[in-house]
Design a protein around this ligand. Structure first.
Ligand code: HEM
Ligand SMILES: *[C@@H]1O[C@H](CO)[C@@H](O)[C@H](O)[C@H]1NC(C)=O
Length: 492
């Protein structure tokens, strides 16, 4: 009896030792790792951000944790992030391929662009998107026209609330969504369109699941992946959306005129024809996820930045007024603002950048992955290691900003009042994976903010109490829902 117990324990011990997730030699330090479980159960599954703060204090700017049996390296601060994303760009430009999000978007082999691994397929699709966005920016139906067209709807929504209070959440979400839809599908959706409602609902729900505890468990423990657990709902949602978009693409194919593209989808179909069987990665199966990728990447990010922006502008009325003075002066006599006008508006530029800095919309960027064995800040990191860059740590890093911990446009102004952009401004990340929509997002933020500030005054309602600037943690950070009071103003 005694002997069998000893033997049993010996076996258990042996198995545990074999299964123990170990840090490779010279790997970044981190908390002790449990066998199989890694650090998963030591982190709060609801909001791991607090735990990470503690870990950074103990282990430094480059540290590691284990998500189940898999190691991940977390990088903080401008110095380390620049070394990884810019100096050693290609070593750090991969994407992990075995996470919940990959499975939900069935990305293996037919990913769009966000989750595509580093390689020719990603490169071809990224280049195509950049080129198409650029081409749409030229010519008569330019990107600026599209954005201005959409702003008209935002204005009419606001006009219905003059001298009243309104919730801007849905309004900004729709504006951002419609601008992308114009580019992708050459149409916008009325605010209460049933199709877009279903898509948005599925997306919102999936974002919640992807960020929730069940997704983290899914990533940590492959064995539970086929069980009927709450994450299954995400797969259903993904299918619903895919069917809707595919239906739409079929319709598109019937009405297109080859060589005369109306939108992104037409451009992709043209490209497919042009390429024939040249062995490239373009394929009809990919249009759907590709379009969804761009829609997803461009909607919440932009609308949450706008929401944060107006929250601050209402609560820093002197900043709002100073923007309005500059806008009135530069736009005097013009009927609308153009993106070029930004060069004459250093203060507005500084405010918009400061809004992006404090919004910190995508705090941990999108996860990267090493593409080969490499080194960072003296540590060795093997190929295939998940890399999490902490953009928050840069956007409020001490020593990089005049006022790292307050909302202050001076962060982007020199002593002559000219606009300057410190190198720590990376809300879009940096390197080859830098946000593909950066140009579009900047144009949207500038045109929307300037147009609305010129026409309206935004006031924090008297009965709203103290503003709460602490963001809510989701896929992207967003302010807590709030209301705003809208007044018409006459440009001076
Ligand atoms: C204020 C708005 C936005 C912010 C803060 C933002 C931020 C980011 C960040 C941090 C990344 C990850 C970069 C990395 O992995 O290193 C990213 C990737 C991406 N963003 Fe944005 N983004 C915004 C708007 C947009 C818009 C409007 C589009 C629409 C076209 C877009 C499309 C993409 C795409 C396609 C990627 C993946 C790029 C790749 O993997 O190669 N984003 N964005
Ligand atoms: C990112 O940086 C911020 C600010 O330094 C810190 O509070 C947070 O815990 C960090 N997150 C991670 C994952 O290290």
């Amino acid at each position: 009896m005694f002997l069998s117990v000893v033997l049993l324990w010996f076996c258990v011990g042996f198995i545990v030792l074999q299964l123990k997730s170990r840090r490779p030699k010279n790997f970044p330090p981190g908390p002790p790792v449990l066998p199989l479980l890694g650090n998963t159960l030591q982190l709060s599954l609801e909001n791991p951000l607090k735990d990470f703060e503690r870990l950074r204090k103990s282990y430094g700017d480059v540290y590691s944790i284990f998500i189940g049996p898999k190691p991940a390296v977390i990088i903080n601060g401008v110095k380390a992030i620049k070394e990884a994303m810019v100096t050693k760009a290609s070593d750090f430009a991969g994407r992990p391929q075995d996470l919940f999000v990959n499975d939900v978007t069935k990305s293996k082999g037919k990913a769009g662009v966000i989750l595509a691994d580093y390689g020719s397929s990603w490169r071809e699709h990224r280049r195509f998107a950049l080129m198409t966005l650029r081409n749409f920016g030229l010519g008569k139906n330019s990107m600026e026209d599209r954005i201005h067209k959409e702003i008209k709807y935002t204005i009419s929504t606001l006009e219905k609330s003059i001298d009243k209070t309104m919730s801007p959440q849905v309004m900004f979400h729709n504006a951002a969504s419609n601008i992308i839809c114009q580019v992708l599908f050459a149409r916008r959706y009325e605010y209460d369109n049933a199709l877009i409602k279903v898509i948005v609902q599925c997306f919102t729900e999936n974002s919640k699941i992807a960020n929730g505890p069940w997704a983290m468990l899914y990533d940590s423990f492959p064995l539970i992946r086929y069980l009927p657990l709450p994450f299954m709902k995400a797969f259903k949602n993904a299918e619903t959306v895919e069917n809707l978009v595919n239906e739409f693409i079929r319709e598109h194919k019937k009405t297109r005129v080859p060589g005369d593209p109306r939108d992104f989808v037409d451009c992709y179909l043209d490209e497919l024809e042009k390429r024939g069987d040249d062995g490239s990665s373009f394929s009809e199966d990919r249009i759907c996820l590709y379009a969804l990728d761009l829609h997803f990447a461009g909607t919440d990010t932009t609308s949450n930045t706008l929401l944060t922006g107006f929250l601050y502008l209402m609560n820093y009325p002197h900043v709002q007024e100073r923007c309005q003075r500059e806008i009135d002066q530069v736009l005097e006599g013009k009927d609308r603002v153009s993106f070029e006008d930004r060069h004459n508006m250093p203060y507005v530029q500084a405010v918009i950048h400061e809004i992006q800095r404090v919004s910190n919309t995508v705090p941990l960027s999108v996860f990267h992955c090493t593409t080969k064995d490499t080194e960072l800040m003296g540590y060795s990191i093997p190929k295939g290691t998940m890399i999490i860059e902490n953009l928050t740590s840069v956007l409020n890093e001490e020593g990089q900003w005049k006022f790292p911990h307050e909302f202050n446009p001076e962060n982007f102004l020199d002593d002559k009042g000219e606009f300057v952009k410190p190198e720590a401004f990376m809300p879009f990340s940096a390197g080859p994976r830098v946000c593909l929509g950066e140009g579009l997002a900047r144009m949207e933020l500038f045109l929307i903010m300037v147009t609305l500030l010129r026409k309206f005054k935004f006031i924090w309602p008297e009965d709203a109490g103290e503003p709460d600037f602490t963001p809510v943690y989701g896929v992207t950070l967003s302010p807590k829902p709030y209301r705003m009071k809208v007044q018409l103003r006459t440009p001076q």
